[in-house]
Write a protein that binds this ligand. Structure first.
Ligand code: NAD
Length: 280
């Protein structure tokens, strides 16, 4: 069965739109983009478009590619202090001369819409409620839940250990009582590990790395990876055609995890807005 991330994301967005309409003020997300990375610009424009469709405010702050660490930190401070801003997102990757971790740490954790701040990551990893959690892993779990795919006691293999996908996803799945294995670029014989998995989640960025040999019969296969073919076509980490008849559930690329990420971002924005309101 093909997991329709586009449809699930659309349902979530409609729900959020209804919720936003009930509010007396608009939740506001501020997105900072440094430099002119074309993919980053596309992502930022999409986030802004969706936020506005939901009735939220979206502010995009474009900074020059030679922005200094201090200038960027000052900008974040200004947004932290501004009570009208509920959510702050710094579009990554940042130009190399900037210290990404210091920048993320500068964001007030209650405005950290990506869930990347060490306080939010730390709370997630020790099983305490964070203000927000990373959008892509959160979207993966929501897809599994939407299709009533059991997580508890399942043998789940995540391929990829990044701070934005693999690691927070491992924490979230552990919190749901899965048995989690995280494989990565230095893992030996990954295929032998994935062949035992009930659920395989690929977050590598290597086109069609995974074919049906990697997957046991009736496994669930979630493809987070996005690469571009020379013709500009979006490709996942999973060779969809090879795996689709062997898997019980599989996400396509595009139309699987991608749309969920943005839905989770806007859900996080509304959540932070509500938390800040409670604190007033
Ligand atoms: P990353 O580059 O930070 O991490 C990639 C991970 O893959 C690393 O942990 C690395 O150890 C591992 N890896 C690399 N080569 C490997 C190999 N041959 N075998 C096993 N593991 C290997 O990337 P990321 O930010 O975690 O993103 C991963 C992929 O997911 C990318 O394609 C990215 O574009 C995509 N992504 C998609 C969404 C979405 O919304 N669909 C969101 C975030 C990231």
């Amino acid at each position: 069965m093909i997991i329709d991330g586009k449809k699930i994301a659309q349902e979530i967005l409609l729900y959020l739109k209804d919720e936003v309409q009930k509010l007396d003020t608009k939740p506001t997300i501020a997105v900072i983009i440094v430099g002119q990375n074309p993919s980053s610009k596309i992502y930022v424009n999409l986030k802004q478009k969706k936020a506005i469709e939901l009735g939220m405010n979206s502010i995009v702050i474009e900074m020059q590619k030679d922005t200094t660490q201090k200038e960027l930190e000052d900008k974040i401070d200004e947004l932290n202090q501004n009570p009208e801003i509920n959510a702050i997102l710094v579009q990554l990757p940042l130009p190399k001369h900037l210290d990404t971790y210091k920048i993320i740490e500068k964001i007030d954790p209650i405005k950290d819409v990506d869930g990347f701040h060490p306080q939010n990551v730390g709370r997630l990893s020790i099983g305490l409620e964070p203000y927000s959690t990373s959008c892509t892993p959160k979207g993966v779990i929501r897809l599994l839940d939407a299709y009533n795919i059991d997580i508890e006691s399942k043998n789940i293999v995540i391929i990829g250990r990044s701070n934005i996908v693999g690691k927070p996803l491992a924490s979230m799945l552990l919190a749901r009582n899965a048995t989690v294995t995280v494989a990565h670029s230095k893992t030996l014989n990954i295929r032998a590990i994935t062949q035992r998995a009930d659920i395989v989640i690929a977050a590598v960025g290597s086109a069609h790395l995974i074919d049906s040999d990697w997957i046991k019969d009736k496994a669930v296969v979630i493809d987070v990876g996005i690469s571009k073919s020379p013709e500009g076509k979006l490709l996942g980490d999973v060779d969809f055609e090879s795996v689709k008849d062997k898997a019980s559930y599989i996400t396509p690329v595009p139309g699987g995890v991608g749309p969920m990420t943005i839905a989770m971002l806007l859900e996080n924005t509304l959540h932070l807005y509500n938390l800040q309101k409670e604190q007033k």
